[in-house]
Ligand binder design. Structure first.
Ligand code: NAP
Ligand code: MN
Length: 266
C-alpha cells in the first residue's frame, strides 16, 4: 500500500462510533497515512460496521474502481465483505505494512430502469411486487424472450451477493472469480398458463437480462439495489448486465471467499 496513503473512514458520525474509530485513526496516522474528510480525496475507503455498512460505503462513494475498499467488522463475527475485526489491529498493521498487497476484484451489476440512469449493485438487484397481487413480467435474455414470470419477483445477484438474499431462496453460492449474474425466482406461480424455469440460472458477462413488466397493475414494483430502494414510480422495463467496473478489496491470507463460506455456514 506504499503509494496509497489517503484514507477515509466511513461510519455514522456519532459519539459512540467516533470513539470506536478513534484507535484506528491513530493507528493510520502512526503509519503515515493521511486521514481525509471526504471519500473523493481517498484512495483507501474503510467501512466500519458490517456488510450493510460496506455496501453503503461503496454506494455512497460511487462504486469507485480507482480505490481500495476495506471492511472492518464491529460485531463478533467477520462479515462477508469485512476482512478485519475492529479489535484485530495486528492484522491491519500487517496489511498496511505489506508492500504489495493482493487485491481481490468483485463483479458489479448495472441496473437501468427504462431510459434512466445506471445504478450499480454489489449484492443484488431485487424486483418485487409492491402489492398483494402477483405481478407479471416477460424475461428476455438479450433480445430473446425466455419466459413469462408471474409471482412475487426476482433477485439478480452478483457472485458476492450470492451468499445473501439469493442464498435464502436456494440460489447457488458462486465463486466471485466468475464474472456472472444469477437469476433467482421469488415464489413463481407455475401452471398451464405460466411456466418458468423454476431453478436459478447463471448468465455470463456477455448477456443482458431484460424484465418487461406487463400492462396490468404491475407497473409499480419495489426495486432494491443492495440495501437501498429505488424510488421509481412507473416502470416499463428493467435491464441488468455485468458492469466493466469492479470493486477492489484487500486480500488477506486465510480469508478466501470459500473459507468465509465455510466459516459462516458450515
Ligand atoms: P440487513 O437486513 O441488516 O442484513 C441482512 C443480513 O445479510 C446481515 O446479516 C448482513 O450482514 C448479511 N449480508 C449482507 N450482504 C451479505 C453478503 N453478500 N453475503 C452474506 N451475508 C450478507 O441488511 P444489510 O446489512 O444492509 O444487507 C443488505 C442485504 O441483505 C441485501 O443486499 C440482501 O442481500 C440481504 N437481504 C436478505 C434477505 C433474506 O435473506 N431474506 C432479505 C432482505 C435483504 P451484516 O450483519 O454484517 O450487515
Ligand atoms: Mn446489516
Amino acid at each position: 500500500m506504499s503509494n496509497r496513503r489517503n484514507i477515509y473512514f466511513f461510519h455514522p458520525k456519532n459519539k459512540e462510533m467516533n470513539a470506536i474509530v478513534k484507535p484506528l485513526q491513530e493507528l493510520a496516522i502512526q503509519y503515515d497515512f493521511t486521514i481525509v474528510n471526504h471519500f473523493d480525496q481517498a484512495n483507501i475507503i474503510v467501512s466500519i460496521g458490517g456488510d450493510g455498512a460496506f455496501l453503503q460505503a461503496v454506494r455512497q462513494s460511487g462504486f469507485r474502481d480507482d480505490c481500495l475498499y476495506a471492511g472492518v467488522s464491529t460485531s463478533d463475527q467477520l462479515s462477508f465483505y469485512c476482512d478485519f475485526h475492529i479489535d484485530q489491529t495486528e492484522k491491519m498493521v500487517e496489511a498496511i505494512t505489506t508492500e504489495n498487497v493482493e487485491v481481490r476484484r468483485f463483479p458489479v451489476l448495472e441496473t437501468q430502469v427504462d431510459q434512466g440512469p445506471v445504478f450499480y449493485c454489489l449484492n443484488e438487484c431485487l424486483i418485487r411486487s409492491a402489492v398483494i397481487k402477483t405481478f407479471t413480467m416477460d424475461v428476455y435474455i438479450n433480445k430473446n424472450h425466455f419466459e413469462t414470470f408471474r409471482g412475487d419477483g426476482m433477485i439478480i445477484s452478483t457472485p458476492t451477493g450470492s451468499t445473501a438474499y439469493n442464498k435464502s431462496v436456494n440460489g447457488a453460492v458462486v465463486d466471485p472469480l466468475i464474472s456472472c449474474m444469477q437469476v433467482s425466482e421469488l415464489a413463481s406461480l407455475n401452471n398451464n398458463n405460466y411456466r418458468t424455469l423454476g431453478s436459478s440460472f447463471i448468465l455470463s458477462a456477455e448477456h443482458t437480462l431484460t424484465l418487461k413488466l406487463s400492462n396490468n397493475n404491475s407497473h409499480y414494483p419495489v426495486i432494491g439495489i443492495d440495501n437501498e430502494a429505488l424510488g421509481i414510480q412507473h416502470v416499463d422495463q428493467v435491464q441488468i448486465r455485468l458492469s466493466d467496473r469492479q470493486i477492489k478489496t484487500v486480500k488477506l491470507k486465510d480469508n478466501s471467499f470459500w473459507q468465509r463460506v465455510q466459516r459462516t455456514f458450515l
